[in-house]
Design a protein around this ligand. Structure first.
Ligand code: SF4
Length: 247
């Protein structure tokens, strides 16, 4: 029996910076880097995880509770603002189940979470009910805010993908749907097919003046209409990740 050191590595800027800095600070600690892919991330994200695996060394463990597409097909439903079962079923529950299994093998489990010092109001997943677990927030101990994270990543020459969330995430902006259509037409088409099979839309109707349905939205894009804030949205979120579950 011994200690287990687990880093929840979404691959976003905060968890990436935390993981790299921890491995630098404690080269003799065996960290287990855990991520929870949904199988629907963009190719740049898988490349990023693969680069991190090389940079960080140690154990890199993807935990998957199925795929987003598989769950949509199984439930015959799309996740949305009100029913965000995707995060629960693909990230929170599989991670908690894995932690539970480890709690039988180790005396103590240290779970490192990338919450920054300048976002005191934010809380991460609470796994403290699992026996032997101790939550650690190194960036808060270091006093690291957003600028520290961005400066550190720049210093280390680490580039975070523009999007670290799911390609079909219902939280994405209209501009991000436009970029998905433009740069990944195959993934966009798959989302169109799912909408027509399930009979609902990823985008909420009435959210803006554009069609909610992706097929009709694409028809607008094909006419040459570009959401007015597409460039700005890309710039704004360029260094960010899923605002919901991979932050
Ligand atoms: S990124 Fe979006 S679609 Fe993917 S699991 Fe999170 S909330 Fe769900």
């Amino acid at each position: 029996m011994s200690d287990l050191h687990v880093i929840a590595l979404s691959g976003g800027k905060d968890s990436t910076a935390m993981a790299v800095r921890l491995s630098e600070e404690n080269p003799n600690t065996e960290y287990v880097h855990v991520c929870t892919p949904t199988g629907n991330e963009l190719p740049q994200m898988y490349e990023h995880w693969s680069n991190l695996r090389e940079t960080l060394g140690g154990t890199f463990l993807p935990i998957m509770g199925g795929t987003l597409e598989g769950l949509i097909n199984k439930q015959n439903a799309l996740p949305n603002w009100r029913q965000r079962w995707c995060t629960r079923m693909l990230k929170i529950e599989p991670y908690a189940a894995w932690l539970m299994q480890q709690s039988d093998k180790y005396d103590r489990i240290f779970s490192y979470v990338g919450l920054r010092a300048d976002e005191e109001e934010r809380v991460g997943g609470d796994y403290t009910k699992i026996q032997g677990i101790e939550m650690k927030y190194p960036m808060r101990e270091w006093g690291w805010g957003l600028n520290d994270v961005l400066n550190y990543l720049e210093q280390k020459n680490i580039i975070i993908p523009e999007r670290t969330d799911c390609a079909w995430c219902f939280y994405q902006t209209l501009g991000e749907w436009w970029v998905l259509w433009k740069e990944h037409p195959d993934l966009y088409q798959d989302a169109v097919d799912l909408e027509s099979r399930v009979g609902h839309t990823f985008r909420s109707p009435g959210r803006d003046t554009w069609p909610a349905c992706l097929q009709e939205l694409r028809a607008e894009f094909e006419k040459g209409r570009i959401p007015s804030r597409t460039k700005r949205q890309k710039d704004l979120f360029g260094q960010m990740q899923c605002r919901v579950c991979t932050k």
